[in-house]
Design a protein around this ligand. Structure first.
Ligand code: B16
Ligand code: MG
Length: 219
């Protein structure tokens, strides 16, 4: 029988691809501030908190601003982002995820969200997936953002699971680092060259080869 009893899913990039909306919203801000922000730059912002993302963005633009302005800009970006995700639906759920969650749930595996986003509940509600989670831990529940392990440790705690019993599914380097420092098994979703610290890396939940590999973890 498997040593893993709990699966913790990151949201953006694992369950739904909202990265494009984060990018558009940050780009609106960069445009307004008068500097270029490319999709390549956006890779640096994946999986990390809104505040840390703003710091990186300002660094890219070579700008130094006071605390009050930073708060205003961060709220502004979030306003655009929330407007972009307002109409997302189940159509944007990444292929194979629901099916995979249903399957491991039927094996008795507990499911938690472990996301840096403060908008996670809104997204889950819009895509109709709230009910699949036994626990939801998001950016509102933690003080320290990924790569700090707090979000995943809190998820395990909510479910009464030992850290070594948890498998984390993550698409960002910072998230893989967080899972490993939490002492959990880390499955990278995406590219092996970016997620090299993960225990294994798969392209997603729908390819038959990838699917077999991740299903085996819970059997
Ligand atoms: P918000 P995840 C992360 O979500 C995103 O990947 C990251 O780009 C974003 O800055 C962060 O959430 C905070 O999001 O501004 O909505 O609070 O990948 O941890 O699910
Ligand atoms: Mg992510």
């Amino acid at each position: 029988m498997s040593e893993y009893k709990t699966a913790i899913f990151d949201l953006d990039g694992v369950i739904v691809d909202t990265a494009k909306y984060h990018y558009l919203a940050w780009k609106c801000l960069a445009d307004e501030l008068g500097f270029e922000f490319t999709e390549h730059d956006n890779e640096r912002l994946k999986g990390i908190s809104r505040r840390k993302s703003l710091e990186i963005l300002l660094d890219i633009g070579g700008m130094r601003l006071d605390e009050k302005t930073k708060i205003t800009l961060s709220e502004k970006k979030n306003g655009w982002y929330v407007a972009f995700i307002k109409n997302i639906s189940s159509k944007e759920i990444l292929p194979g995820v629901i099916d995979f969650i249903k399957e491991i749930r039927s094996l008795g595996i507990k499911i938690s969200l472990g996301s840096a986003s403060k908008n996670a509940r809104l997204i889950l509600q819009n895509i109709g997936m709230t009910e699949y989670f036994d626990a939801i831990v998001d950016g509102n529940c933690v003080l320290k953002a990924k790569p700090d392990p707090e979000v995943f440790i809190a998820a395990a705690g909510r479910l009464g699971s030992e850290r070594r019993e948890c498998v984390v599914f993550e698409d960002a380097e910072a998230g893989i680092e967080a899972a490993k420092s939490a002492g959990m098994y880390a499955v990278g979703i995406g590219r092996r060259d970016i997620l090299e610290k993960a225990d294994i890396v798969v392209g997603g939940f729908s390819g038959s080869k990838d699917r077999k590999i991740i299903e085996e973890l819970f059997k």
